[in-house]
Ligand binder design. Structure first.
Ligand SMILES: *Cc1c(COP(=O)(O)O)cnc(C)c1O
Length: 443
């Protein structure tokens, strides 16, 4: 009898990893999940220390979200949003507007489609106000906004982009305010000013053709958990204002408490022109994304002319189940006082993980909200694969990005889970470092 993993390799084209590699990196066949734990078909458990690709906030199978979904399923499973509406999408849109101060929520099914919508809206806005030449984008070095063709064109991660380059209308990139780039004695805020000066110079030259600046606020996850100072967002906001360029804030990974505030941009006290949401939006239960924008943008489309109207539809736009899961997730933030509670939880996790900060092979230990990251000095080129395997053998699901080791756990870890996370993360690192070929004094 073939195992589930074997059948999967024959039938499923898995994302992100070249398929042949799974001959040596076996799939984790997950039978069920509860709280922060995944259970494989053998009954082994693994702490989901990266929240299943950054989507899970309150652990798996949370009873509050489950109950809301069961209720919604009994009431209304799905209805098209073109010409129809329903309670879940209205309540969610009202709630998101109240939380962001932006509104007119439009929905997609995943992060990349939120990026697509924001890009299209921005360009179409400029067209509607008589500036059709403003149709290009600028992003930050290392930026990641999804992998559909439009989103990929504003993504600056070569591994995802290079094979598809001929299909893309590649955007400009300016320096990331990556705090690791501090010259000696320089603060993160000074790095941010320096990067903003580069943005200013770029915009001065190109603003007339530029529709929007697209960025991930405070934390560039896919680039390897790059952290930067909020000052950059304030400076970028002001520059966008003076050069008449939209600011699209991609909160797909950073939203919903991940960086400490509900949304990362709030730490800079700015107001974006567009906010893209997904991932944690449904607590990691169902695919859903949303784009929120200003009244000013909305008004430029408002009319009866189809050519001026925003056109972007998906079959499952505003799916009631997904919207209900999002509402239940937002209710949990209130019921559990999540942002406050996370401050204490983050302190506990930080002190448990402190040994990593002082590890001789660690550079640039960083922490923001519910994300921790460390750059590992190692000669192992396949460090991510080796670390993933070592962690898995120790009951942890972790996937380093290049030589950046990170964890991004759900918000419901108990003391025992934290102990497991910290002790096994350190032990897995030692397991990997022992696999390095020793400096060759041997014959
Ligand atoms: C994951 C991610 C996306 C893409 O979301 P998908 O649901 O994977 O399409 C876009 N932007 C950021 C910042 C992300 O982390």
């Amino acid at each position: 009898m073939p195992t589930l993993a074997e059948r999967s390799l024959a039938a499923v084209w898995h994302p992100c990893t070249p398929m042949k590699r799974h001959e040596t990196e076996p799939l984790l066949a997950v039978a069920r999940a509860q709280g922060p734990w995944l259970y494989d078909t053998q009954g082994q458990r693994y702490l989901d220390a990266i929240s299943s690709w950054w989507v899970n906030l309150f652990g798996h199978s949370h009873p509050h979200i489950q109950a809301a979904l069961a209720e919604q399923l009994a009431e209304l499973d799905h209805v098209m949003l073109a010409g129809c509406t329903h309670t879940a999408v209205v309540e969610l849109s009202e709630k998101l507007a109240a939380l962001t101060g932006l509104g007119h929520a439009s929905y997609g099914s995943d992060g990349a489609s939120a990026t697509e919508m924001a890009l299209k809206m921005s360009v179409h806005y400029w067209c509607n106000v008589g500036l059709p030449e403003k149709n290009r984008f600028v992003g930050l070095a290392g930026g990641y906004h999804g992998e559909t063709v439009g989103a990929l064109s504003v993504t600056d991660v070569p591994i995802f982009r290079s094979a598809y380059a001929p299909m893309l209308r590649v955007s400009a990139t300016v320096a990331s305010p990556d705090a690791r780039q501090a010259l000696s004695g320089e603060s993160a805020a000074e790095v941010a000013s320096r990067a903003a000066a580069e943005l200013a110079a770029w915009l001065q030259q190109h603003h007339a053709q530029t529709a929007a600046l697209v960025l991930e606020p405070l934390l560039q996850c896919a680039a390897g958990m790059v952290v930067y100072d909020p000052l950059y967002l304030r400076l970028a906001r002001a520059l966008c204002e003076s050069y008449r360029v939209h600011l699209i804030v991609d909160e797909i990974a950073t939203g919903f408490g991940r960086t400490g505030s509900l949304f990362a941009y709030q730490q800079a006290g700015i107001r974006p022109d567009f906010v893209c949401l997904s991932k944690g939006l449904t607590g990691g239960t169902l695919p859903l994304s949303a784009v929120l924008t200003t009244d000013e943008v909305y008004q430029a489309f408002y009319g009866t002319d189809a050519a001026r109207a925003f056109l972007h539809s998906h079959s499952y736009t505003g799916n009631p189940l997904a919207c209900r899961a999002a509402l239940a997730t937002l209710e949990l933030f209130e019921q559990l006082d999540t942002l406050q509670v996370n401050q204490r939880l983050a302190q506990q996790i930080s002190s448990a993980l402190a040994p990593l900060n002082h590890h001789p092979r660690v550079r640039h230990a960083r922490h923001l909200g519910m994300v921790w990251a460390w750059d590992i000095e190692t000669g192992l080129d396949d460090f991510p694969q080796r670390y993933h395997a070592a962690a898995k053998a120790r009951g942890l699901l972790l996937r380093p990005i290049g030589k950046t080791l990170y964890c991004m756990p759900p918000y419901i870890l108990q003391s025992e889970d934290i102990k497991h996370l910290a002790s096994q993360m350190v032990a897995a690192l030692e397991d990997c470092l022992r696999q390095e070929t020793p400096p060759s004094t041997a014959v």
